[in-house]
Design a protein around this ligand. Sequence first.
Ligand SMILES: [Ca+2]
Ligand SMILES: [Ca+2]
Ligand SMILES: [Ca+2]
Length: 319
Amino acid sequence: MNKSICVLFISLLFCGMVTASSINYSKNTMLFDELDQSQTQTNGGRLLGTYSNAKWQLAQSFVPQKGILTRVELYLSREEVVPATQPFYLAIRESLTGATLTEASISASSVPISNPAWKEFDFPDIPVNAGEEYFLVGYSPDVPNNGFFFWSGIDTDTYVNGITYISGDVGVTWDPDYGYDLCFKTYGLTNDPPEKPSITGTVKGVPDVPYNYTFTAVEPDGENIKYVIDWADGNQEETVYVSSGESITMSHTWADRGRYTIQAKAVDVVGKESEWGTLNIQMPTTYTIEPWWQWLEQQFPLLARLFHFVFSPELNLSN
Ligand SMILES: [Ca+2]
Ligand SMILES: [Ca+2]
Ligand SMILES: [Ca+2]
């Protein structure tokens, strides 16, 4: 295997990185994302901050339909006593008390004191499982007493795929506020799988000689991709991530004669997989390859082919 090209491996570590919440999904999402889930009706609000010396947090569950969550808007106002520099955090979580998948904050100065306004939280994008429940968790730590934000909402079940939750103990425990839905808009991107990779390289060779194969695939979302390669001799490997459409060349040596179908699939940064691309190859099975002959084939493939044709037509490698 060509070590200079295959810096690669190793699947388990990479898989962990891909599914981790810290994935750095870089795209100018503001140009491409679309409204996913929303609840925009209001007849009041719930408070978030410090009130009567209790520290209130709010959450709203939702079920995304797009595979990448890019940003969220909330309908917010605040009390005048909230300092202008006070941050309002919005965390995305898979459970109310679980790890934060991504987060953004705005300062109170951008939140109006009188009429509420839609405020944007543009956090680092994350992959989400469309159809599964997630939580928008809003909090503002250590606000002066009786300083709080209003997160607007409505006291009817307007958004059927989620409900509001309230915590009065800094997010340790949460009570569902059935029949209430806070105002929110989530934005996202659909995520398509990469296209099937093409595989090019030597289709006829000899055992114990390394051959190079080049893998190329396009990722319609423009994400980086890696290739998972099955050499059909019991060996699989993964490449490093490369740009969409960028070729990567890998080297492999087959120990035994035979016919093999190399398979490769492209995997994008959020784990979407292409179909398998294939290339059928063969290592001659009808004669013994002597070392000098292997050397000749590698160094002078056309000459080797001519030798085949002249001295052993049934072995003609162009078959
Ligand atoms: Ca974003
Ligand atoms: Ca609801
Ligand atoms: Ca994709």
